[in-house]
Ligand binder design. Structure first.
Ligand code: SF4
Length: 534
């Protein structure tokens, strides 16, 4: 049986580099959304006097290019805290909606960054909001929030308790603070995916993060919940290099050769189409914190695993499980065009695990010499497993975003930590550390020549800025929101052209069933009693 449940319309174009992913040649007409907005509530606002936050990192108009936090400014250890506490802090404040409150405090003089995108980066419908925003005299919360209030408060009053605003904590530009300021919630991708499912009274979900996260919410959402993304151009680099039209032909060939022995494990950073692939091959999805449990579960079934999309997480997981890495094969870089398996069959026949070749530059910059540099200066180095194996092996600890945050939140006073992960996250962790007397630095932020980049932030996620949020909420209230901002399970969006391929209702129902299977298997594996579950 071929794995491709459905071939992409207009997908004959070979895969190219992420900057040239104009892969949807002939798209169906975009359907209008037709949502009817529900009723009223008021949001709460909190403005706390305090010191200014760190200056802006303005790189959201690029792909995930590295930035230099030294130029962006670094708060000194011991300075008054610019307070940012994310949803993973122990003893979290749980709000009335059941969502963890980050504890973010809005400071009067901090800048709300990532806000000066070129006007032509905005959809035509959002350009009037962007023009107003760009004309504001400054980016201070007093100014920005006053402007946003004019649009956000009427939307909050209009939608009432049925509106849920969400943001991922990789979001730069302090958008996480804005979202919480107006009553929204901040979480990681797994918690975001469950957010709508666990709050059935929320009917309109507005997400400030990347597309696959919004789609995961849509996959698990109830039928009467509508998911919207504030900027459809916010794609995930790793996911963009693992589109279904790239992966499915390879998966077909692998299954032709290995039959039911092949099982697909899909990381959360995949589209619903790949989560569905995972579901229909008997596989499961995974996060960076449970990948080892899911891969171990697959191996105990004597399966040959295709791990998509992040090669580094796959390789680090294999190493963590003590697998023979000579039996872990890596497929060619998907940005270089169609993948020919013919020269690889000998290697693949030996392989217990086959890694898709995606990666994200935010984590691949880390090198063992960076780890050693900080260790020699008394720092404990902790790193995310999307980083290269050699750097992970050299580090003192590796783990998910949750693990990294908790390490800062619980480190003894006086500790020194070098963290290897996304730049905005490390900025936030640094500020948490300042409050706790813990020094936090970015692993790549080495003040010495010869070390290249000083760090990377998730530039694509940062494309969700205040005008996108205010504008979309206002357009939703008026029933005029652009259809392209609506996210349905199975949507494939070209983040460059903003063209979308949408499944019909029957195809979507099939995809949702298979993708949910994949996510539910992950939950079952993680919650099994052997893994500490009930
Ligand atoms: S940091 Fe990279 S992998 Fe993570 S969401 Fe952003 S683009 Fe995707």
């Amino acid at each position: 049986m071929a794995l491709s449940a459905r071939r992409e319309r207009g997908s004959s174009r070979p895969p190219g580099a992420m900057h040239t992913l104009h892969f949807v040649a002939h798209l169906p007409a975009i359907a209008s959304h037709g949502e009817k907005p529900p009723r009223a509530r008021t949001g709460s606002a909190r403005l706390v006097r305090g010191p200014p936050g760190p200056p802006c990192n303005k790189f959201a108009d690029s792909q995930n290019a590295c930035f230099d936090p030294r130029r962006a400014g670094r708060p000194a250890l011991g300075a008054p805290a610019a307070v940012i506490l994310l949803g993973m802090v122990p003893a979290m404040d749980i709000g009335p909606d059941g969502f963890a409150k980050s504890g973010l405090l809005m400071q009067p003089r901090m800048e709300l960054c990532q806000t000066a995108l070129p006007l032509d980066w905005y959809q035509p419908e959002l350009q009037p909001y962007a023009e107003e925003f760009l004309a504001l005299p400054d980016r201070r919360p007093e100014t920005v929030l006053r402007w946003m209030e004019g649009y956000v408060r009427p939307a909050l009053a209009h939608f009432g308790d049925s509106l849920l605003m969400l943001a991922h904590f990789y979001m730069g530009g302090e958008i996480v603070k804005v979202v919480e300021h107006f009553g929204g919630a901040v979480a990681d991708s797994y918690a975001l995916a469950l957010a709508a499912r666990n709050a059935p009274h929320k009917k309109v979900i507005v997400e400030s993060a990347v597309h696959f996260m919004a789609e995961s919410i849509a996959i698990l959402a109830h039928d009467d919940q509508a998911v919207w993304i504030t900027n459809p151009k916010a794609g995930c680099t790793m996911e963009m290099l693992a589109k279904d039209f790239m992966v499915l032909p390879v998966a077909d060939q692998l299954q032709e050769r290995y039959g039911d022995e092949l099982l697909v494990v899909s990381y959360m950073n995949t589209s619903g189409r790949l989560k569905a692939l995972s579901g229909r091959t008997g596989g499961a999805s995974c996060t960076s914190s449970n990948a080892h449990l899911v891969v171990d579960w697959a191996r105990r079934q004597n399966k040959r695993i295709l791990f998509v999309p992040d090669q580094h997480l796959g390789r680090n997981t294999a190493a963590k499980l003590g697998m023979d890495l000579s039996r872990v094969a890596t497929l060619p870089d998907p940005s270089r065009g169609a993948i020919d398996l013919a020269p690889m069959w000998k290697e693949l026949d030996r392989a217990q695990m086959i890694l898709w070749g995606s990666a994200c530059g935010v984590h691949t910059i880390f090198e063992p010499r960076m780890v050693r540099w900080w260790q020699e200066r008394g720092y404990r180095v902790l790193i995310h497993p999307e980083s290269p194996l050699e750097a992970v092996r050299a580090a003192d600890g590796e783990g998910s975003t949750n693990y990294l945050w908790n390490a800062v939140a619980t480190a003894p006073r006086g500790s020194k930590l070098a963290i290897g992960t996304e730049g905005h996250f490390v900025r936030n962790a640094r500020e948490l550390g300042i409050q706790r007397g813990v020094e936090v630095v970015h692993l790549a932020e080495i003040p010495e020549s010869g070390f290249g980049s000083g760090g990377c932030g998730c530039a694509t996620m940062s494309r969700n800025d205040p005008p996108h949020l205010a504008g979309l909420l206002d357009l939703l209230r008026k029933g005029e929101a652009p259809s392209i901002n609506r996210v349905l399970a199975g949507d494939m969006v070209d983040e460059i052209t903003m063209r979308r391929d949408r499944l019909d209702a029957g195809e979507r129902a099939g995809l949702v069933a298979q993708a949910r299977l994949s996510l539910e298997r992950m939950i079952e594996i993680v919650e099994a009693p052997a893994h500490g579950g009930p």
